[in-house]
Design a protein around this ligand. Structure first.
Ligand code: PAF
Length: 283
């Protein structure tokens, strides 16, 4: 009979479970999530299983990374369904603290990441976001003390911020980024895709198609400025309200003027109706 996947909700239970792994000298991978798991998360879990003896998945909808007007209250929460899926994936432990465990009374520390966190992309539209992500990820790393942590490249700027965080604060965790998992029509998997109406869902893959077209044109030597301007026009015509569509250096996220300044990553954030989607692609 298959063992039931343990869900720990207190630091004491988490410490005990991780100590049992460590007593057997097992390595530990952490996959941080906010739940509402989809195939993209499961790909992170599968990679984590290849890289470490034990896999811990955290499920915590982090209030610190949502602005008051954002979707914290309505963010999908499906703990028991998520745990069922993770059990079938061979995960060893779920860490699902509630807010009072993560941010107990008197909590007063917030990390203020710089570098990639101030690239003028997500941070320009969600100024509170990376402070909240960096704070919770640093806490998750401190709580679980994993050897490796796996994040999706879909949140590309977040991946760069977390990689920097781990290195700058000597957190002794290797951060691994997994390429974005997509639907057959190219739409990047995201928990927020659940918000799309049927009609918006049909239009949403245009985000990826436009990135592909821009990447092909830049790779073919066309000037970046003109390529990105036509990408913006195409997205607007397809009904997106575009926050940004940018060509950046793939590592530093600094703006690039020509293909010589590469490697280049294209990054986009755009709203379709009430749903904000992000995506990115290598040139
Ligand atoms: O990418 C996410 O799901 C979240 O930003 C993360 C990394 C779990 C931190 O809350």
């Amino acid at each position: 009979m298959k063992a039931i996947l343990p869900v720990t909700r207190t630091l004491k239970a988490l410490d005990g479970a991780v100590a049992r792994f460590r007593a057997k000298r097992e390595t530990v991978a952490l996959v941080p999530t906010m739940g509402a798991l989809h195939a993209g998360h499961l790909a992170l879990v599968r990679l984590a299983r290849k890289k470490a003896d034990r896999v811990v998945v955290s499920i915590f909808v982090n209030p610190a990374q949502f602005a008051p007007h954002e979707d914290f209250a309505s963010y999908p929460r499906r703990l028991s369904a998520d745990v069922g899926v993770l059990g079938r994936e061979g995960v060893d432990l779920v860490w699902a603290p509630d807010t009072a465990v993560m941010y107990p009374q008197g909590f007063s520390t917030r990390i203020a990441p710089e570098g990639p966190a101030l690239a003028g992309l997500e941070d320009a539209f969600r100024p509170h976001f990376f402070g909240g992500v960096a704070t919770v990820v640093a806490k998750l790393f401190g709580q679980v003390r994993p050897d490796i942590a796996v994040f999706g490249q879909k949140d590309y700027q977040q991946l760069k911020v977390v990689t920097r965080l781990a290195a700058d604060l000597d957190l002794r965790v290797k951060v691994i980024g997994l390429p974005t998992v997509r639907e057959k029509d190219g739409l990047a998997l995201s928990s927020r895709n659940l918000y799309l109406s049927a009609e918006e869902r049909v239009r949403a893959p245009a985000l990826h198609r436009v990135l592909e077209t821009c990447a092909e044109r830049i790779a073919a030597g066309r000037p970046i400025k003109g390529v990105m301007a036509s990408g913006l026009t195409a997205l607007t015509r397809d009904g997106f309200a575009v926050d940004y569509l940018e060509a950046r250096h793939a590592e530093t996220l600094a703006p690039v003027k020509s293909a010589k300044d590469g490697p280049i990553r294209l990054l986009v954030a755009a709203r379709l109706g009430a749903t904000r989607l992000i995506d990115n692609l290598a040139v």
